[in-house]
Design a protein. Structure first.
Length: 278
Protein backbone atom coordinates (compact mmCIF):
# COMPACT_ATOMS: atom_id res chain seq x y z
CA UNK A 1 0.00 0.00 0.00
CA UNK A 2 1.43 3.34 -1.10
CA UNK A 3 1.26 6.23 1.35
CA UNK A 4 -0.75 8.99 -0.32
CA UNK A 5 -1.65 12.56 0.53
CA UNK A 6 -4.76 11.54 2.47
CA UNK A 7 -2.61 9.30 4.69
CA UNK A 8 -0.21 12.15 5.50
CA UNK A 9 -3.18 14.40 6.28
CA UNK A 10 -4.56 11.76 8.66
CA UNK A 11 -1.17 11.29 10.32
CA UNK A 12 -0.75 15.07 10.70
CA UNK A 13 -4.23 15.57 12.14
CA UNK A 14 -3.74 12.64 14.51
CA UNK A 15 -0.39 14.00 15.74
CA UNK A 16 -1.96 17.41 16.38
CA UNK A 17 -4.67 15.84 18.55
CA UNK A 18 -2.15 13.61 20.35
CA UNK A 19 0.20 16.51 21.07
CA UNK A 20 -2.71 18.68 22.23
CA UNK A 21 -3.83 15.92 24.61
CA UNK A 22 -0.40 15.97 26.32
CA UNK A 23 -1.23 19.38 27.79
CA UNK A 24 -4.10 17.78 29.71
CA UNK A 25 -2.35 14.73 31.12
CA UNK A 26 -3.76 15.36 34.59
CA UNK A 27 -7.35 15.46 33.34
CA UNK A 28 -9.67 12.47 33.39
CA UNK A 29 -10.41 12.73 29.69
CA UNK A 30 -6.72 12.76 28.61
CA UNK A 31 -6.69 9.10 27.58
CA UNK A 32 -9.89 9.49 25.55
CA UNK A 33 -8.51 12.46 23.59
CA UNK A 34 -5.15 10.72 23.11
CA UNK A 35 -6.89 7.64 21.73
CA UNK A 36 -9.03 9.74 19.39
CA UNK A 37 -5.83 11.23 17.96
CA UNK A 38 -4.45 7.74 17.30
CA UNK A 39 -7.72 6.72 15.65
CA UNK A 40 -7.67 9.78 13.37
CA UNK A 41 -4.16 8.85 12.22
CA UNK A 42 -5.10 5.22 11.54
CA UNK A 43 -8.49 5.75 9.83
CA UNK A 44 -7.10 6.64 6.33
CA UNK A 45 -5.05 3.44 6.26
CA UNK A 46 -8.04 1.31 7.29
CA UNK A 47 -10.29 2.94 4.70
CA UNK A 48 -7.60 2.34 2.05
CA UNK A 49 -7.43 -1.36 2.92
CA UNK A 50 -11.22 -1.64 2.81
CA UNK A 51 -11.31 0.16 -0.55
CA UNK A 52 -8.58 -2.09 -1.96
CA UNK A 53 -10.55 -5.16 -0.89
CA UNK A 54 -13.66 -3.76 -2.56
CA UNK A 55 -11.77 -3.00 -5.78
CA UNK A 56 -10.28 -6.52 -5.80
CA UNK A 57 -13.78 -8.03 -5.62
CA UNK A 58 -14.98 -5.72 -8.37
CA UNK A 59 -12.05 -6.70 -10.59
CA UNK A 60 -12.95 -10.38 -10.26
CA UNK A 61 -16.59 -9.70 -11.15
CA UNK A 62 -15.67 -7.49 -14.11
CA UNK A 63 -13.09 -9.98 -15.37
CA UNK A 64 -15.80 -12.63 -15.41
CA UNK A 65 -17.94 -10.31 -17.56
CA UNK A 66 -14.93 -9.59 -19.79
CA UNK A 67 -14.20 -13.32 -20.19
CA UNK A 68 -17.80 -14.03 -21.15
CA UNK A 69 -17.81 -11.27 -23.77
CA UNK A 70 -14.49 -12.55 -25.09
CA UNK A 71 -15.89 -16.08 -25.40
CA UNK A 72 -18.90 -14.82 -27.35
CA UNK A 73 -16.66 -12.86 -29.71
CA UNK A 74 -14.16 -15.68 -30.28
CA UNK A 75 -16.95 -18.20 -30.94
CA UNK A 76 -18.15 -16.07 -33.86
CA UNK A 77 -14.79 -16.70 -35.53
CA UNK A 78 -13.03 -13.48 -34.52
CA UNK A 79 -9.36 -14.00 -33.45
CA UNK A 80 -8.74 -13.48 -29.75
CA UNK A 81 -6.46 -10.49 -30.34
CA UNK A 82 -9.08 -8.77 -32.50
CA UNK A 83 -11.79 -9.66 -29.97
CA UNK A 84 -9.85 -7.94 -27.18
CA UNK A 85 -9.44 -4.83 -29.33
CA UNK A 86 -13.18 -4.85 -30.09
CA UNK A 87 -13.96 -4.93 -26.36
CA UNK A 88 -11.91 -1.80 -25.75
CA UNK A 89 -14.00 1.06 -24.39
CA UNK A 90 -16.75 -1.09 -22.91
CA UNK A 91 -17.63 -0.40 -19.25
CA UNK A 92 -15.80 -2.83 -16.98
CA UNK A 93 -15.53 -0.70 -13.85
CA UNK A 94 -12.12 -0.69 -12.20
CA UNK A 95 -10.89 -3.12 -14.88
CA UNK A 96 -11.65 -0.77 -17.81
CA UNK A 97 -8.31 1.05 -17.79
CA UNK A 98 -6.39 -2.25 -17.73
CA UNK A 99 -8.42 -3.70 -20.61
CA UNK A 100 -7.92 -0.53 -22.66
CA UNK A 101 -4.18 -0.75 -22.02
CA UNK A 102 -4.21 -4.43 -23.05
CA UNK A 103 -6.04 -3.58 -26.30
CA UNK A 104 -3.64 -0.71 -27.05
CA UNK A 105 -0.61 -2.97 -26.56
CA UNK A 106 -2.04 -5.58 -28.93
CA UNK A 107 -2.82 -2.84 -31.49
CA UNK A 108 0.82 -1.76 -31.32
CA UNK A 109 1.96 -5.26 -32.22
CA UNK A 110 3.00 -6.51 -28.78
CA UNK A 111 2.60 -10.33 -28.62
CA UNK A 112 -0.59 -11.45 -26.87
CA UNK A 113 1.26 -13.55 -24.30
CA UNK A 114 3.44 -10.59 -23.30
CA UNK A 115 0.45 -8.23 -23.17
CA UNK A 116 -1.44 -10.71 -20.99
CA UNK A 117 1.50 -10.94 -18.59
CA UNK A 118 1.58 -7.15 -18.26
CA UNK A 119 -2.21 -7.13 -17.80
CA UNK A 120 -1.90 -9.77 -15.06
CA UNK A 121 0.82 -7.79 -13.28
CA UNK A 122 -1.19 -4.55 -13.44
CA UNK A 123 -4.41 -6.12 -12.18
CA UNK A 124 -2.55 -7.89 -9.33
CA UNK A 125 -5.35 -10.31 -8.46
CA UNK A 126 -4.71 -14.05 -7.87
CA UNK A 127 -7.93 -15.25 -9.52
CA UNK A 128 -7.44 -13.07 -12.59
CA UNK A 129 -3.75 -13.98 -12.84
CA UNK A 130 -4.50 -17.72 -12.87
CA UNK A 131 -7.11 -17.27 -15.60
CA UNK A 132 -4.80 -15.12 -17.73
CA UNK A 133 -1.99 -17.67 -17.39
CA UNK A 134 -4.32 -20.36 -18.75
CA UNK A 135 -5.40 -18.12 -21.64
CA UNK A 136 -1.79 -17.28 -22.51
CA UNK A 137 -0.70 -20.91 -22.46
CA UNK A 138 -3.74 -21.93 -24.53
CA UNK A 139 -2.96 -19.28 -27.12
CA UNK A 140 0.63 -20.52 -27.37
CA UNK A 141 -0.36 -24.19 -27.65
CA UNK A 142 -3.06 -23.56 -30.24
CA UNK A 143 -6.22 -25.65 -30.38
CA UNK A 144 -9.82 -24.57 -29.93
CA UNK A 145 -9.29 -21.27 -28.11
CA UNK A 146 -13.04 -20.64 -27.83
CA UNK A 147 -13.63 -23.78 -25.77
CA UNK A 148 -10.60 -23.01 -23.60
CA UNK A 149 -11.85 -19.47 -22.97
CA UNK A 150 -15.26 -20.84 -22.11
CA UNK A 151 -13.69 -23.26 -19.63
CA UNK A 152 -11.68 -20.42 -18.08
CA UNK A 153 -14.82 -18.27 -17.80
CA UNK A 154 -16.63 -21.20 -16.20
CA UNK A 155 -13.82 -21.69 -13.68
CA UNK A 156 -13.81 -17.99 -12.75
CA UNK A 157 -17.62 -18.05 -12.47
CA UNK A 158 -17.49 -21.10 -10.20
CA UNK A 159 -14.82 -19.46 -8.01
CA UNK A 160 -16.95 -16.33 -7.69
CA UNK A 161 -20.04 -18.42 -6.89
CA UNK A 162 -18.22 -20.42 -4.22
CA UNK A 163 -16.91 -17.23 -2.61
CA UNK A 164 -20.41 -15.75 -2.44
CA UNK A 165 -21.86 -18.97 -1.04
CA UNK A 166 -19.11 -19.13 1.57
CA UNK A 167 -19.71 -15.52 2.53
CA UNK A 168 -23.45 -16.12 2.90
CA UNK A 169 -22.84 -19.23 4.99
CA UNK A 170 -20.25 -17.59 7.21
CA UNK A 171 -22.25 -14.36 7.72
CA UNK A 172 -24.01 -15.84 10.76
CA UNK A 173 -20.63 -16.72 12.30
CA UNK A 174 -19.44 -13.15 11.68
CA UNK A 175 -22.47 -11.79 13.54
CA UNK A 176 -21.85 -14.28 16.33
CA UNK A 177 -18.23 -13.14 16.54
CA UNK A 178 -19.33 -9.55 17.07
CA UNK A 179 -21.97 -10.56 19.62
CA UNK A 180 -19.46 -12.67 21.57
CA UNK A 181 -16.98 -9.80 21.65
CA UNK A 182 -19.55 -7.29 22.92
CA UNK A 183 -20.70 -9.75 25.59
CA UNK A 184 -17.06 -10.18 26.62
CA UNK A 185 -16.68 -6.39 26.75
CA UNK A 186 -19.76 -6.03 28.98
CA UNK A 187 -18.43 -8.72 31.33
CA UNK A 188 -15.07 -6.95 31.60
CA UNK A 189 -16.74 -3.59 32.31
CA UNK A 190 -18.99 -5.14 34.96
CA UNK A 191 -15.92 -6.67 36.62
CA UNK A 192 -14.07 -3.36 36.46
CA UNK A 193 -16.80 -1.07 37.77
CA UNK A 194 -18.97 -3.36 39.90
CA UNK A 195 -17.23 -6.47 41.16
CA UNK A 196 -13.67 -5.25 41.84
CA UNK A 197 -14.78 -2.09 43.71
CA UNK A 198 -16.84 -4.34 45.99
CA UNK A 199 -13.75 -6.44 46.70
CA UNK A 200 -11.31 -3.56 46.97
CA UNK A 201 -11.46 -3.55 50.75
CA UNK A 202 -10.59 -7.23 51.04
CA UNK A 203 -6.89 -7.75 51.65
CA UNK A 204 -4.93 -10.94 52.09
CA UNK A 205 -3.10 -11.41 55.39
CA UNK A 206 0.09 -9.34 55.40
CA UNK A 207 -0.98 -7.36 52.32
CA UNK A 208 -0.06 -10.20 50.01
CA UNK A 209 -1.98 -11.26 46.93
CA UNK A 210 -5.41 -10.04 47.91
CA UNK A 211 -7.35 -7.67 45.67
CA UNK A 212 -6.35 -4.73 47.84
CA UNK A 213 -2.70 -5.55 47.22
CA UNK A 214 -2.86 -4.86 43.50
CA UNK A 215 -1.60 -1.33 43.87
CA UNK A 216 1.12 -2.23 46.34
CA UNK A 217 1.58 -4.08 49.60
CA UNK A 218 -1.33 -3.40 51.88
CA UNK A 219 -2.47 -0.57 49.62
CA UNK A 220 -5.65 -0.08 47.65
CA UNK A 221 -6.28 -0.85 44.02
CA UNK A 222 -4.50 1.41 41.56
CA UNK A 223 -7.58 2.38 39.54
CA UNK A 224 -5.64 3.91 36.64
CA UNK A 225 -3.43 0.85 36.18
CA UNK A 226 -6.45 -1.41 36.53
CA UNK A 227 -8.45 0.56 33.94
CA UNK A 228 -5.54 0.49 31.51
CA UNK A 229 -5.11 -3.26 32.00
CA UNK A 230 -8.77 -3.91 31.18
CA UNK A 231 -8.56 -1.61 28.15
CA UNK A 232 -5.46 -3.40 26.85
CA UNK A 233 -7.27 -6.71 27.33
CA UNK A 234 -10.23 -5.48 25.26
CA UNK A 235 -8.00 -4.05 22.52
CA UNK A 236 -6.00 -7.27 22.19
CA UNK A 237 -9.18 -9.34 22.15
CA UNK A 238 -10.72 -7.03 19.54
CA UNK A 239 -7.64 -7.16 17.32
CA UNK A 240 -7.39 -10.93 17.16
CA UNK A 241 -11.16 -11.45 17.04
CA UNK A 242 -11.31 -9.15 14.00
CA UNK A 243 -8.55 -11.07 12.24
CA UNK A 244 -10.34 -14.35 12.95
CA UNK A 245 -13.62 -12.94 11.62
CA UNK A 246 -11.87 -11.73 8.45
CA UNK A 247 -10.24 -15.13 7.92
CA UNK A 248 -13.62 -16.85 8.28
CA UNK A 249 -15.55 -14.40 6.10
CA UNK A 250 -13.11 -13.70 3.26
CA UNK A 251 -10.37 -16.26 3.63
CA UNK A 252 -7.50 -13.84 4.34
CA UNK A 253 -6.20 -11.90 7.32
CA UNK A 254 -6.00 -8.63 5.37
CA UNK A 255 -9.79 -8.56 5.13
CA UNK A 256 -9.93 -8.86 8.92
CA UNK A 257 -8.26 -5.47 9.43
CA UNK A 258 -11.59 -3.66 9.04
CA UNK A 259 -13.19 -5.98 11.62
CA UNK A 260 -10.26 -5.52 14.01
CA UNK A 261 -10.49 -1.76 13.63
CA UNK A 262 -14.26 -1.75 14.26
CA UNK A 263 -13.97 -3.93 17.38
CA UNK A 264 -10.96 -2.08 18.79
CA UNK A 265 -12.58 1.30 18.16
CA UNK A 266 -15.78 0.16 19.88
CA UNK A 267 -13.82 -1.22 22.83
CA UNK A 268 -11.76 1.95 23.17
CA UNK A 269 -14.71 4.35 22.97
CA UNK A 270 -16.88 2.35 25.37
CA UNK A 271 -14.08 1.71 27.87
CA UNK A 272 -12.68 5.27 27.78
CA UNK A 273 -16.15 6.80 28.10
CA UNK A 274 -17.04 4.46 30.98
CA UNK A 275 -13.80 5.41 32.77
CA UNK A 276 -14.59 9.07 32.24
CA UNK A 277 -18.10 8.99 33.69
CA UNK A 278 -18.05 6.00 36.05
Amino acid sequence: MDIKKIHWIGIGAGLIVVIASLFFMEEKWFFLVFGIGVVIGVIPFVFTLVNESKIASEKEEMFLEFARNLVESVKTGTPISKSIINLKGKPYGSLSSHINKLANQISLGIPLSTALQIFSRDVDNPTVSRALTLIGQAEKAGGEIGEILEAVAGAVSMTDKLKKERKATISTLVVQGYIIFFIFMIIVLVMQFKILPMLSGIAAPGGGIGVAGIGGEGGGVDSAALSNSFLYLLLIQGFFSGLAIGELADGNLKAGVKHSFALMLSAFLVSATANLFL
